[in-house]
Design a protein around this ligand. Structure first.
Ligand code: MG
Length: 378
């Protein structure tokens, strides 16, 4: 019986995917997989791409109209997985550093793409930092593996996609007139996100409140320098239907952030302070929750571990993004049924997306049923 099954798997590529897709029996068929694909090598390809933003994007520290990304593909046994590294300049990576890093990645040494822990540990060990470049390999491998067993990752992880949250939509810092216009254009979204951390913080909130009473989340991007001022602002914002404060003060001011979290009437979320798994432990007691982004965490595998660890500490979890195509957004969205808040508007802010996948429908994160990270190239 076993021999017959193996022979069948070896000779029937189409039926192979169909059978595995129906009930996801990876362990049952694992011998069949390794026998079938032993001669294959994992190949990695990458090429730079520049995202064009629909609006000038301004945060407390910078403004820009484009975002450089690196698109990746891993191919194994004729199946292609897609990945992406998004690299806003202030984070320190670039297409040049990503290309230099990815040139060193030799995936051909691995014969079994399912060994994600081993492969991604190797990728992580090649060099320090390069989180986005590492994420581009992680995402592509997850896409590949999901496609090999014909399942999306929310199924593999065991999440109910119908409980995926609404996403916030970011309103950038601008003149009152432009802000009012952007808020009107964002009618579909149930939660607005506002970048604060400037002299005009109260004016910004009042401008939005003059046109809508929707819940707002605020991201200070470390812009408040004094804890008493931050607490005053927290009370002021609490009166105006604000949900939480993202990275209120500089990440280095651990005691001040912890003090604010203790006294604030609004939850605090660590973003710049929380990059990878060990940072979740450091954030415990300092923030009420964490903002997980694939471009910080080195990808889906570590993001999943961060989510579980934060949950075990009773912390809130937010899922964020950079400006990204639907590739990286759809990868992050696989985790979204398990988070408190999603901020996955990155692909909505660009005018030249080349993937279709997770969509935002009526403001809600709506996962595609396609396997892997759920994207198709358009
Ligand atoms: Mg943030």
């Amino acid at each position: 019986m076993q021999q017959n099954r193996r022979n069948f798997l070896k000779t029937s590529g189409i039926a192979f995917g169909t059978i595995l897709g129906s009930s996801f029996p990876v362990n049952i068929f694992s011998k069949g997989i390794s026998n079938t694909m032993k001669s294959s090598k994992i190949q990695l390809r990458f090429h730079p791409y520049t995202l064009k933003l629909k609006h000038v994007f301004t945060i407390a520290t910078s403004s820009r109209t484009t975002t450089p990304v690196m698109l990746t593909e891993v191919e194994y046994d004729g199946i292609i997985g897609y990945g992406e590294a998004s690299m806003p300049p202030y984070l320190g990576e670039s297409q040049e550093t990503a290309a230099a890093f990815l040139s060193k990645v030799n995936l051909a040494q691995f014969e079994n793409p399912f060994e994600l822990e081993k492969i991604l540990s190797y990728v992580d060990s090649i060099d320090l930092k390069n989180q986005a470049a590492k994420a581009s390999v992680d995402i592509a491998l997850h896409d590949l593996v999901g496609k090999m067993i014909n399942q999306p990752w929310y199924n593999i992880w065991g999440f109910d996609k119908s409980v995926a949250p609404v996403t916030s939509f970011t309103i950038g810092i601008d003149t009152p007139e432009v802000v009012r216009q952007k808020v009107k254009e964002a009618d579909e979204y149930k939660i607005l996100k506002v970048k604060l951390g400037r002299e005009t913080d109260k004016e910004m909130i009042e401008t939005i409140r003059s046109v809508t009473d929707k819940p707002i989340t605020v991201d200070v991007n470390q812009g408040w320098k004094d804890k008493n001022f931050a607490l005053e602002m927290a009370h002021w914002l609490k009166e105006r239907n604000i949900l939480f404060l993202e990275q209120p003060m500089p990440k280095e001011n651990i005691d001040d952030n912890a003090w604010l979290t203790e006294h604030s009437p609004l939850p605090t979320i660590g973003d710049e302070a929380v990059q990878r798994l060990p940072d979740v432990l450091k954030a415990k007691g300092v923030y009420s929750g964490i903002n997980i982004k694939l471009m910080k965490s080195t990808g889906m595998r570590e993001a999943y571990k961060m989510m579980l660890l934060a949950r075990s500490f009773g912390m809130k979890v937010m899922l964020g993004c950079m400006t990204e195509t639907s590739c990286a957004i759809s990868a992050a969205a696989q985790l979204s049924p398990m988070v408190d808040w999603a901020d996955l508007d990155g692909a909505l802010l660009i005018g030249n997306d080349i993937f279709s996948g997770t969509k935002i429908i009526d403001g809600r994160v709506t996962l595609s049923t396609e396997p892997g990270i759920g994207v198709v190239k358009i």
